[in-house]
Design a protein around this ligand. Structure first.
Ligand SMILES: Cc1cc2nc3c(=O)[nH]c(=O)nc-3n(C[C@H](O)[C@H](O)[C@H](O)COP(=O)(O)OP(=O)(O)OC[C@H]3O[C@@H](n4cnc5c(N)ncnc54)[C@H](O)[C@@H]3O)c2cc1C
Length: 315
């Protein structure tokens, strides 16, 4: 079938986001093959449409009036086990990868248990992590699509330039993640199960039940706090977490913002770095609450919070 016959129009994106917020994609295509991916880029170039890549929608905010462009939803979700390696399509769910790994006594991804809907591609782009571990520790190679040439290129772990919650795929919009080889290691099944349980129970205890997207803001580097506000850093010196960072949620909490509500969006009472949809949140209200939090933290501490979430199709 020709690519233009596969592209759908005016598809609601809300169900594809964990926040359950936002309007429709003007054009929408589910990507399962390399040919369709290339063809989509040629179509968009010809029609002068912008392309947006959608993974599991667990880290994005979609505007209320929708996305004026072509949204490609990554559904290349094959996972194969090769010895101690997992070969995963970018559209494969982290949770499916954990199930596959566990079934083969492979350890390394347990920290991600309980992150809903996230895909391998989205998690590599943002170098997702928890409990001191992150995707960068597991990636052996990435096959990426280079948008300029419409060719596929292999990246080593080093080429990916992973840093805290970022990678070359985030810094440069020229590439998208097509597939990944993750290097895990053999472990006793009971050890793997115990780590999964630990991650799940931590998330159940600490994280809100209402729809959200995980942490809104990046945690902070103590050196940056020290530069902007040495007195505050002195107060927080025993609050440095396992990742060497200071929790953004802590600063938001210190501003007394837990429970702060604008329309249908609220700062979670369980975790101040999470904003939850209490029913009918609008993207506009989320943007306002994010801006209010940043202003409060700036006024109180002279610290600038930076979003971890991605604004999807706002420009
Ligand atoms: C309850 C909850 C808990 C969470 N806990 C954590 C946590 O512990 N640690 C953590 O790091 N995150 C956490 N998150 C955030 C989120 O799950 C991760 O950031 C996840 O990796 C995003 O993956 P995704 O597939 O949903 O990406 P999406 O939200 O779909 O997209 C995120 C960004 O990646 C881009 N993208 C998606 N796929 C690709 C691709 N193949 N190639 C290039 N770009 C792509 C999108 O264009 C977008 O800019 C949590 C979220 C929720 C809802």
């Amino acid at each position: 079938m020709n690519i233009k016959d596969k592209i759908q129009k005016d598809i609601a994106l809300k169900p594809f986001t964990t926040w359950q917020v936002g309007g429709a994609a003007k054009y929408y295509l589910e990507i399962k093959s390399k040919d369709d991916l290339s063809a989509a880029y040629f179509w968009a170039k010809d029609k002068q449409k912008k392309i947006y890549i959608l993974g599991g929608g667990s880290n994005i905010l979609v505007p209320d009036n929708g996305v004026d462009g072509l949204v490609l939803r990554m559904l290349n979700d094959k996972i194969e086990v090769k010895g101690e390696r997992l070969e995963c399509g970018a559209g494969a769910g982290l949770s499916s990868a954990i199930i596959k790994a566990t079934g083969n006594n492979l350890s390394g991804l347990e920290w991600a248990s309980g992150i809903p809907r996230a895909t391998i591609g989205g998690s590599i782009r943002g170098n997702a992590g928890a409990f001191g571990q992150r995707m960068a520790d597991l990636v052996e190679t990435i096959e990426a699509f280079y948008i300029k040439t419409k060719k596929f290129i292999v990246f080593s772990n080093r080429d990916c330039k992973f840093i805290y919650r970022s990678s070359v795929f985030k810094e440069k919009a020229d590439y998208l993640v097509w597939s990944a080889t993750l290097r895990l290691h053999k472990e006793k099944p009971e050890t793997i199960r115990a780590r999964i349980e630990e991650s799940l129970s931590h998330r159940v205890r600490r994280y809100p039940k209402l729809p959200g997207v995980g942490s809104i803001f990046k945690n902070l580097d103590p050196l940056d706090i020290e530069k902007g506000n040495p007195m505050l850093m002195n107060e927080l010196k025993d609050k440095i977490g396992r990742t060497g960072k200071i929790s953004a949620g802590l600063l938001i909490d210190m501003c007394g913002l837990k429970g702060k509500t604008i329309g249908g969006v609220k700062v979670s009472l369980e975790h101040a770095n999470h904003l939850v949809n209490t029913g009918h949140a609008r993207a506009e209200e989320i943007v306002m609450l994010i801006s209010y939090i940043k202003q409060q933290v700036r006024d109180k501490f002279a610290i600038e919070l930076q979003e971890e979430i991605q604004y999807f199709g706002f420009e």
